[in-house]
Design a protein around this ligand. Sequence first.
Ligand code: SF4
Length: 449
Amino acid sequence: MALSGIQIFKMLPNTNCQECGVPTCMAFAMKLAAGQAELDSCPYVSDEAREKLEEASAPPIRPVVIGTGDSALKVGGETVIFRHEKTFVNKPGIGLLITDTMDEAEVDKKLKTFKELEYDRVGMKLKADIVALKDTSGDPEKFLKLVEKVKNMGLTTLVLMSDKPEVLAKAVKAAGDIRPLIYAATDENVEELGKLALENNCPIAVRGKDLENAAELTSKLADMKLKDIVIDTGAREIRQAFQDHIAVRRAALVDKFRPLGFPTIVFPCDMTDDPIQETVFASTFIPKYGGIIILSEVDGHNLFPLSVQRMNIYTDPQRPMATTEGIYEINNPDENSPVLITSNFALTYFIVSGEVESSRVPSWLLIKDTEGLSVLTAWAAGKFVADAIAPFVKKCGIEDKIKHRKIVIPGAAATISGDLDEELTDWEVQIGPREGAHITPFLKNWKAA
Ligand code: SF4
């Protein structure tokens, strides 16, 4: 049964040493009770307390890490059913399926695209996360060759898929210490694969015939002391898979049913031969609750929309995305280049900087910290007003970089121009366009003198 923050606090050392990253043991206890911290963050919990706390403080859906190092993929760990209740925590992994019966050239092409394709969006890198290698030939040598090839390309976040435990055992050995996800334990092999996962400290997936069977399999693995488990409900039809995912999330969060308290793996690649439909199916599982989403192809047509959707769903709705305050140089500006200022809301920054860049006019862009609020919201909150902007303009160093003293404020904030004139007495305050799309003509007509 879940413990309250006070009950947890009584079992902590109460030294407030802060090694867990929060200021006090009480604050840590509250976070633990809310499922926002992990017990392992406190190195000083006694064994006795740990035993009691582990069960009570475990997130309803266990976080599972596949792989090691910077490229490791962490899935699960979710604590809410709807993103607006708090936030979703670990974004689902987007995966590419490669089989050992594909011809060499096709494999090379797919892997090259997987490795190289990435997008930069509001300061974030969007790319695919995991490669699922599937033994479809039944030839262990062929499968091992594929595992080694992929690993040698530096791709080390892997799912190893085979129906044969002996092939998986060899593949896990060939993979070395990269902690691949072993796929998949079934009624026929659960003990054997459970042992393999235990011996090699690897996460393991179960493939159920249905949800009930999946829960039986995870219970058997949990009895073997395995914790890092991923669920494939077995559904290969969109309607059933969608229903299963909702049932898994509700069972784990609402009913506190531990056997389904694990992240999932889902295979849109097996649900249709139509690439567009496959992308649409995959997009279903981003908000509705896929852990790892395996695609037959990763390229521009699916990676961009899916990863943008994922980014939008998995950003914290309570925390605006922000850019760092400072001076940004665009198109190699010099002492006669225009100076524009805007707020540090990430979307504002990327729209304005993108428009300035595409205008090809060398410019200085000043980004004022408004705690991630957009221009109008920041103005209303008193964070993008004259007495906040003026000290920043004076101290940021822009005066040393330019000869003129003209500053362009966003058209949406025209109302501050009078106050800003009074604060920045040496400067001429100019009102810029209201819309990003009008920045280019504005800059092309701008003159320093
Ligand atoms: S690390 Fe442990 S003892 Fe230290 S403040 Fe955090 S909870 Fe308290």
